[in-house]
Structure formats: structure tokens, C-alpha cells
Design a protein around this ligand. Structure first.
Ligand code: TLP
Length: 339
């Protein structure tokens, strides 16, 4: 099977498996796991933040950020198709007891004037706006890279209004590789950042959240409350370290494969590639074919290719390190046969 459903499907590399086997471990709830400590230090350094925390998933990282930044009843502004709003099971409202205020964006970026107009004034009737969340790269916008200038504008606006900014950077390293702008440069504009080790970077488990020491100390308690205080967790942090050491620059290969796949698909009758394809995600509209997204994905499966249903008329392909150049060619042939 050529699995293009997501970059979450990668299997750990040989060096990750070896690192897990050989990992030095201790009880991380006591702060005594040397491998976790090394991973957190390395992640904080890469992001230019005081401290980082290893969490079980991107979703858990984002939820902990809301719990740490906000109080119950607060309002959080975010783009209307952001992962937190669409795909995190309503966690911000269920766990952090905050209200989300979605603002529609273009290519994943909210208009800063819209954001400004959405910040609540002081009024006895209103909730308090406390946080703005942004996403880079933006999943539903097809892996779009949020421009640094946009993040700087949001940061400025947040400062002027005494708000915090959280970055869902599940694929922030894809943004770095595509734009040449370092994750540190992006992270300068936010108070907290979450990135996934288990997407394109290829680790089997885990995400990082980072921010000030004070923020991370409080976040650590929320992680414990959520049941995310793990013990000899160096076993899974070790592959995360390998991911950061070995797999960042190779994301360029995934981006090149995505472009190849997108160009091939764009040339086929009835298909429309909906996004610009800046990184590793391709969103394809199949409305003009005889298929629905569901039947298209089924037909692809019968030909040994997996893709995901991604909207009423769209399917999604995601490239990653378990997909070779040859696989891209094979996937294109399978799509052509279906059409
Ligand atoms: N995205 C997954 C699915 O949940 C849709 C995928 O296959 O793309 N932020 C962003 C921007 C994400 O894309 C994801 C996962 C997460 C957060 C959550 O990460 P995990 O899966 O580790 O909880």
C-alpha cells in the first residue's frame, strides 16, 4: 500500500528503533528521565524558548496551552478552519471551558483587521478575549505556510491588547524548510508553540510545547492532570531526538514529491488541485469526476493507494518519508486509471 492519508502514518526508522532500545531512562514525573530532559532542552533551544515540555500528542499540547493561558469563560480567537476548531473534539470548550471565536481566513491566515475587530471590548456582558491561536503550516489550507509578516502583525496586535498567542505548529518544520525562515524566527512572535514529532519528522509518538519557564511549569501540572505525566518515557522521547537530529532537512524531499504529485494530478481531466502546494499536502477536488470523495478513495484503495476524504468534494494526499519518488509515479497511474 502507498499510504498518502497523512504524514502521521510513518513507521519509526532503524535509528529511531535503536535509540528507543538504548535510551537511558528515569521517572519523568520526578523530572529524572535524562532522555526526555535532553529532548526538551534541544526543542527549547531550536525554538528559542526558555523551556519545553514533551507531551503525548499535538492535540494534548494544544489543549494544555488553552488550559495554561486561559480562564473558564474566556474567548479564544482562531481561524475558522484551524485544526483546534475542527479536529480536536471540542476540547477547548470541554476541557478549558473557553469559547472559540472563529474568524475565516485566506490560505490559513486571518485578516488582522478582522482579528482586531473580534477582540472584545471591556463590557459587563462580554467574555474576556485572552488568546489568539494560529496554525503554521495550516492543515486545511493545504499545508499553507503562514507568512512571517502575518505572524508579526498578529503578535503586535496581541501585545497592544494584552493577549497571548499560541502557535499550533504541528508542521512548523515544514514551514521552515519551505520558506527558509527558522522555527526560532517564527516562534519569536508567539507566547507558546506546539510542534509534532510524529508527523513529517517521523517519530512514532509525541509533541513538544514550549514557552517561558513560568508557562511550562504551569503546563506541566495540567499535563499531569490530563494523565500525561509518564514514567520511563525516554523510550519514546529517544526517537523524537533522532527525528530532530536526522529528519528536518529531508522534509524538502516530501515537498518535492508533493509538487510532482500535484502537477501530475492538475493535468488530469476532471481533477482540480485546490491549494498552492507549498509543503507536503495536496487537496484535490473530485466534483467533476463520476466519483464522490468516498468512492474515489475506495477506488484508489483497490489499486493500492490510500488517500483521505477531506471535505464534501475533496480528498487529501500527504507525502512523507515512507513515500518514494516511485510511489508518486505509481499513485499517479492509479488515479489516471480510475478517471
Ligand atoms: N492532524 C491529523 C488529523 O488530526 C487531521 C492529520 O492527519 O493531519 N495540529 C495540526 C495542524 C494537525 O494537523 C494535527 C493532526 C494536530 C494538531 C494534532 O496532532 P495529534 O494527531 O498528534 O494529536
Amino acid at each position: 500500500m502507498i499510504d498518502l492519508r497523512s504524514d502521521t502514518v510513518t513507521k519509526p526508522t532503524e535509528s529511531m528503533r535503536r535509540a528507543a532500545y538504548e535510551a537511558e531512562v528515569g521517572d519523568d514525573v520526578y523530572g529524572e528521565d535524562p532522555t526526555v530532559n535532553r529532548l526538551e532542552e534541544k526543542a527549547a533551544e531550536l525554538l528559542g524558548k526558555e523551556k519545553a515540555l514533551f507531551v503525548t500528542s499535538g492535540t494534548q499540547g494544544n489543549q494544555i496551552a488553552a488550559l495554561t493561558h486561559c480562564r473558564p469563560g474566556d474567548e479564544v480567537i482562531m481561524e475558522a478552519s484551524s485544526h483546534i476548531y475542527i479536529y480536536e473534539v471540542g476540547g477547548f470548550s470541554a476541557l478549558a471551558n473557553v469559547q472559540i471565536r472563529p474568524v475565516p481566513g485566506i490560505n490559513g491566515a486571518m485578516n488582522t483587521v478582522d482579528v482586531k475587530n473580534t477582540i472584545r471590548a471591556e463590557n459587563i456582558h462580554y467574555p474576556t478575549t485572552s488568546l489568539i491561536c494560529i496554525e503554521n503550516t495550516h492543515n486545511l489550507a493545504g499545508g499553507a505556510v503562514l507568512p512571517l509578516s502575518h505572524m508579526q502583525e498578529i503578535s503586535q496586535l496581541a501585545k497592544e491588547n494584552n493577549l497571548q498567542v499560541h502557535l499550533d505548529g504541528a508542521r512548523l518544520f515544514n514551514a521552515q524548510v519551505a520558506s527558509g525562515i527558522s522555527v526560532k524566527e517564527y516562534a519569536k512572535n508567539v507566547d507558546s508553540v506546539q510542534f509534532c514529532l510524529s508527523k513529517g519528522l517521523g517519530a512514532p509518538v509525541g509533541s513538544i510545547i514550549a514557552g517561558t519557564e513560568e508557562f511550562i511549569n504551569r503546563a506541566r501540572k495540567w499535563r499531569k492532570m490530563l494523565g500525561g505525566g509518564l514514567r520511563q518515557v525516554g523510550m519514546i522521547a529517544a526517537p523524537g531526538l533522532v527525528a530532530l537530529e536526522e529528519n528536518i532537512n529531508r522534509l524538502a524531499e516530501d515537498h518535492a514529491h508533493a509538487k510532482l504529485l500535484a502537477d501530475g494530478l492538475a493535468n488530469m481531466n476532471g481533477l482540480k488541485v485546490e491549494n498552492k502546494v507549498e509543503t507536503n499536502i495536496i487537496i484535490v477536488n473530485v466534483k467533476e469526476t463520476k466519483h464522490t470523495p468516498e468512492t474515489f478513495v475506495e477506488a484508489l484503495k483497490s489499486k493500492g493507494v490510500l488517500a483521505g476524504v477531506f471535505g464534501l468534494d475533496t480528498i487529501r494526499f500527504v507525502t512523507h518519508y515512507d513515500v518514494s519518488r516511485e510511489d508518486i509515479d505509481k499513485a499517479l497511474i492509479a488515479v489516471q486509471e480510475i478517471l
